[in-house]
Design a protein around this ligand. Structure first.
Ligand SMILES: [Zn+2]
Ligand SMILES: [Zn+2]
Length: 307
């Protein structure tokens, strides 16, 4: 093309331009997820476990509603984070408010009566730990060291940390969260995504958003791209129905042949879905892609690894 025929590219920014970042809604995020867990539990072979997860998520909702307004980074700190393209509430270094341990105690108390027997024992053990020991468990969650002693306690600790970070992300709002140079980590907290969501309508129609496993912030990533290594070739999709198993094509595993990783995608056009709940209701898909040689690139913090 010659210079004379080139049309200048004028960036158009209208109010209908889809957002790059979507902050969580503190009033609905956990309540909606709890409903989805209940719905998925119906007739599911892991129904009891999914109902227990619904109870945990309802407890997260209650804990979040009772959390006082958190201290957030000030204008200077936010400007610095933006300038250095760093997340404003980094999982590994944001000085977390000790109130998160109050959330943990509230969640543990709320689920004590409905917990299955092994979980009851875990919760009793957790109740006996001092705050220093609990902070050490939090460090493991926030550094994704999801193995070793007390691994069964980590989902409860993570549930309370999700409450704190979600409160922070919601209070900060999308206007204070800028996309980073590394598209595979959360622009709010730097944590890994639990899954992708492809939204079916409105201003974000058919766009893919990665959903943070810790703070529930979502950020845009083009479709058919590996969130772990950025590869755009060798990407495939697998779902349970296609494999002749009971399941839904609303949840697919996006596998990458370049780095041999995968992450699930949930499609909202097929009905109500939740990246955390639908991920856990399709563990058969994890087994399938794991056997095919792919490793998961982001954790679901409510799952006991190997449990
Ligand atoms: Zn996050
Ligand atoms: Zn990859």
């Amino acid at each position: 093309m010659s210079a004379t025929t080139q049309t200048p590219i004028i960036p158009i920014r209208s109010s209908s331009e889809p957002p790059q970042v979507i902050a969580p809604d503190a009033e609905t995020i956990f309540a909606t997820r709890a409903q989805r867990f209940e719905q998925l539990a119906e007739g599911h072979s892991l129904g009891d476990w999914l109902r227990f997860l619904a109870a945990i998520t309802r407890a997260q909702h209650a804990a979040l509603q009772s959390l006082p307004a958190l201290a957030l980074p000030d204008a200077n700190q936010l400007a610095r984070a933006r300038e250095h393209r760093m997340p404003p509430l980094p999982a590994q270094s944001w000085p977390r408010d000790p109130l998160w341990q109050t959330s943990l105690r509230r969640i543990a108390a709320a689920i004590a009566d409905v917990a299955p027997e092994p979980a009851r024992k875990d919760l009793a053990r957790l109740a006996g730990y001092d705050s220093e020991r609990i902070e050490a468990l939090a460090e493991r969650v926030l550094h994704t060291e999801l193995y070793g002693d007390d691994v069964a306690l980590l989902p409860y600790v993570a549930a309370a940390l999700q409450v704190l970070w979600t409160a922070g992300a919601a209070r900060l709002g999308a206007k204070h969260i800028s996309t980073l140079d590394v598209p595979g980590v959360c622009p709010c907290c730097g944590f890994l995504p639990v899954a992708s969501v492809v939204r079916g309508g409105g201003e974000v129609g058919n766009l893919r958003y990665l959903h943070c496993a810790l703070c529930n912030t979502e950020w845009n990533l083009v479709r058919v791209k590996c969130s772990s290594c950025n590869a755009t070739e060798g990407i495939s999709y697998r779902h349970l129905e296609a494999e002749g198993l009971q399941g839904t094509d609303a949840v697919r595993a996006e596998t990458c042949d370049s780095c041999k990783s995968y992450l699930k995608i949930v499609y909202t056009e097929k009905g109500p879905v939740d990246p955390v709940a639908d991920d856990l209701a399709t563990l058969a898909l994890d087994i399938l892609v794991d056997e095919a040689g792919y490793a998961r690139s982001g954790p679901n913090l409510l799952l006991v690894p190997g449990g």
